[in-house]
Design a protein around this ligand. Structure first.
Ligand SMILES: [Zn+2]
Length: 280
């Protein structure tokens, strides 16, 4: 990995890391994260600085420097089904209803595995979410890091009572919160079934398309997605995940492939795309 992307993943995982090790010393943390103490302090400083200037008290992830110890405070946390939810502010009790929806979506997948226990971090603040992303893909709904040995999912701003998650964009800027958690959890389930290496090398259209399939839909409506694809069939910009979703839906619902068959088999992608586009 390049230096920037190494720093990106380190920063992204720092908050949950310190959450899991609340009283770790700078020395131990630096050793475990594979950086010098100086770099660690620079990273912490970045996390700390970027939270400022904060709006309200719920705006910040609290980093507490107590002598040589570091503490990241997600003051609220709850556990339900296989999920642990963390938040810097009190968690809407409607979260259990939302997680029941997630459970129903995941139950439809043969990959479901109760050993996968995602930790969901509700960031609930566009600026902080974008900072935690180091401004890469910062206007997404959520991030999971299936290429890392973690089960962390970071959710952007959300309205749990309405089952919605938002992204900082002018269009197509909300979608189902339960669908997005189901999507990110599906990545973890694929990794669990196939292992790190196979997961890493599996084509994006399979992973993203299947994650959308389990989520029960993509960001774009069917009409919008089909129109974008038909208007510009050679360039998937803006409708990529919708197309992946349609490909997977076709193979599973129309061709009746099993999930394992679909994930194991090689396909001629261009031929598949043409066939699916004609069917829409
Ligand atoms: Zn995805």
């Amino acid at each position: 990995m390049t230096q920037v992307s190494e720093r990106l993943v380190r920063l992204l995982n720092m908050v949950p890391y310190f959450q899991a090790h609340p009283q770790i010393s700078h020395e131990e943390a630096a050793a475990e994260l594979g950086v010098t103490r100086k770099q660690l302090l620079a990273d912490l400083n970045q996390l700390w600085m970027c939270g400022l200037p904060g709006g309200g008290p719920g705006d910040l992830i609290d980093l507490d420097f107590d002598g040589d110890n570091i503490e990241v405070i997600f003051s609220a946390g709850t556990e339900y089904n296989n999920f642990k939810i963390y938040s810097p502010e009190p968690i809407d009790p409607n979260v259990t209803a939302v997680l029941n929806k997630v459970e129903a979506k995941l139950a439809s997948s043969p990959l479901k595995n109760d050993e996968v226990k995602p930790r969901v971090f509700l960031i609930n603040n566009f600026r902080l979410y974008s900072m935690l992303s180091l401004y890469l893909g910062a206007n997404s709904f959520a991030k999971g890091y299936a290429m890392l040995p973690t089960d962390n999912i970071f959710m952007n701003k959300s309205d749990i009572a309405k089952d919605l998650v938002f992204r900082n964009a002018s269009a197509n800027n909300s979608r189902s919160f339960s669908g997005v958690i189901a999507h990110e959890t599906t990545h973890l389930l694929i990794r669990k079934r196939f292992g790190y290496w196979r997961n890493l090398t599996m084509p994006a259209w399979k992973k993203e398309g299947y994650a959308e399939y389990v989520a029960g839909g993509s960001t774009l409506s069917y009409e919008t997605g089909v129109k974008m694809w038909k208007d510009n069939p050679t360039d998937g910009t803006g409708y990529q995940y919708f197309k992946y979703y349609m490909l997977v839906k076709y193979l599973l619902d129309h061709d009746k492939l099993s999930v394992d068959e679909f994930l194991h088999r090689d396909f001629d992608l261009r031929e598949l795309e043409e066939k699916v586009l004609r069917s829409l």
